[in-house]
Design a protein around this ligand. Structure first.
Ligand code: UP5
Ligand code: MG
Length: 213
């Protein structure tokens, strides 16, 4: 009897732990686009670390605004204390329990900061890794810039820096998770719908169900 009660209590507690999927890949690989599809189909809350930082940059009176702008324009990574705190607040505010964390963790500082402050409060389900060539990603971001994205980093100079950071700092993080068998690699060079078909396979593989409307 006691064993059963403890078992159902532990199931209840486990259910309460927020579940997280990290979404990584080069600048312009399609992380944001695919997260929109996933959140519609699987009910995850999409939290883009880049979007949260851009919002914080715009917030009147933010003590981090200038620092964030400089880092973003130069393709450098904002200190984890700032990003993690924005992510944590957004998770709490949502009141939900399943999150796609888009574009994070992208260096050792991010990884260590997350592990220090968030890993015991969350459960990492897996890491989605969108693989796309530098030339295709650059073309996509420049296209988005030309179409009026307003992003201060959608230009050739920033893109070169963003790519250097991606190769030097983010790839080792992806390899770190790969060594733990947590990475689902997706060919992101196809059209968005075809990419999403592969994403769905990854979600189905771990038994995540689509939302029934
Ligand atoms: N597009 C998308 N998919 C396509 C497809 N399959 N076929 C053809 N076109 C496709 O897509 C980019 C463009 O490509 C769009 O026009 C889209 O329509 C098209 P998107 O889905 O936006 O790609 P995404 O991978 O999200 O590209 P993004 O530019 O957002 O990636 P980044 O990782 O560079 O940007 P992010 O916003 O995450 O970070 C920006 C900066 O913030 C970083 O460089 C860094 O300075 C800072 N940052 C931190 O410091 N810490 C963090 O934790 C996060 C960010
Ligand atoms: Mg994005």
């Amino acid at each position: 009897m006691l064993y059963r009660t403890l078992q159902s209590f532990s199931k209840y507690v486990n259910k309460m732990v927020p579940e997280v999927v990290f979404v990584l890949g080069a600048p312009g690989a399609g992380k944001g686009t695919q997260c929109t599809y996933i959140s519609k189909e699987y009910g995850f809350v999409h939290l883009s670390a880049g979007d949260l930082l851009r919002e914080e940059r715009q917030r009147p009176g933010s003590e981090y605004g200038e620092m964030i702008e400089e880092k973003i324009r130069n393709g450098q990574i904002v200190p984890v204390e700032v990003t993690c705190s924005l992510l944590h607040k957004a998770m709490q505010k949502s009141g939900k329990s399943r999150f796609l964390i888009d574009g994070f963790p992208r260096n050792k500082d991010n990884l260590e900061g997350w592990e220090r402050t968030m890993s015991d409060k969350t459960k990492l389900l897996f890491v989605l890794f969108f693989e796309c060539s530098q030339s295709m990603c650059t073309e996509r971001c420049l296209g988005r810039g030309a179409a009026g994205s307003g992003r201060s980093d959608d230009n050739l100079d920033s893109l070169k820096k963003r790519f250097n950071t991606y190769l030097n700092d983010t790839m080792p993080i992806i390899q770190h998770y790969e060594a733990q068998g947590l990475v689902r690699k997706i060919d992101a060079e196809k059209c968005p719908d075809e990419v999403f078909e592969k994403v769905k396979e990854a979600f189905d593989e771990i038994g995540l169900k689509t939302i029934v409307c």
